[in-house]
Design a protein around this ligand. Structure first.
Ligand code: E4P
Length: 219
């Protein structure tokens, strides 16, 4: 499973890329607004740091989405255009995918929405795990359902598990068979953490320092 970060913060992206574990970024209008930059500037900057950068459309009608999607895709070869799981969004996705533009169908909450995205040749489908959990539904079950349906139907659209809130969501996404997990930077950091790792390092370092003391070396 590939790992993406879900942020538009350049410092976080630079750090995560430096760790060598992430191969893409997902953004949305909320994340771009948080970064305090205009959409185009920020997306272009992110594309210079990493491949597979999802950038979201903000228009609503099919024809407007098509124009907007073409514009987003023209910013950089790494851009993947996000459209929402609506009739207009999916119709626009069909036109854009037909032109060879990679599409991420976002705000997906059901297997049926994922089937619609696949029907028009979406590159990614993004089920939102955390937002489903927030309303008392089972987000990971939806990811599992999409993975199973895609396997049975031999569908090539990749399942991008999104709206992940904690490290267990990442583990569960992998076990459910997701192709990619996108997570906030904080969750990526948490993936490295275990108290026994910290304790082990402390112990090894203390023992190493002990052997460096002159009296220890004489023993
Ligand atoms: C993914 O493409 C979205 O940007 C993201 O995962 C949404 O997550 P949220 O529900 O935490 O806002």
């Amino acid at each position: 499973m590939r790992l993406f970060v879900d942020t538009a913060d350049l410092e976080e992206i630079t750090k995560a890329v430096g760790w060598g574990v992430i191969s893409g970024v997902t953004t949305n209008p909320t994340l771009i607004a948080r970064a305090g930059q205009d959409h185009e500037t920020q997306v272009k900057r992110i594309c210079e740091l990493v491949g597979d950068v999802s950038a979201e459309t903000v228009t609503e009608k099919r024809d407007d989405l098509v124009v907007e999607g073409r514009r987003l895709a023209s910013w950089h070869k790494n851009v993947i255009v996000k459209v929402t799981s609506t009739p207009e969004g999916i119709a626009a996705a069909k036109v854009l995918a037909g032109e060879g533009i990679r599409i991420n169908v976002t705000l997906c909450f059901t297997v049926n929405q994922a089937l619609l995205a696949a029907a028009v040749g979406a590159y990614f489908i993004s089920p939102f795990v955390g937002r489903l959990d927030d309303i008392g539904e089972d987000g990971i079950a939806v990811v599992r359902g999409i993975v199973d349906a895609y396997r049975q139907q031999n569908i090539k659209t990749k399942v991008l598990s999104a709206s992940l809130r904690h490290p267990m969501h990442v583990t569960q996404s992998a076990l459910a068979g997701a192709d990619i997990a996108t997570m906030p930077f904080k969750v990526l950091e948490q993936m490295y953490k275990h108290p026994l790792t910290d304790q082990g390092i402390e112990r090894f370092m203390a023992d190493y320092r002990r052997t460096q003391e002159p009296q220890a070396l004489k023993r």
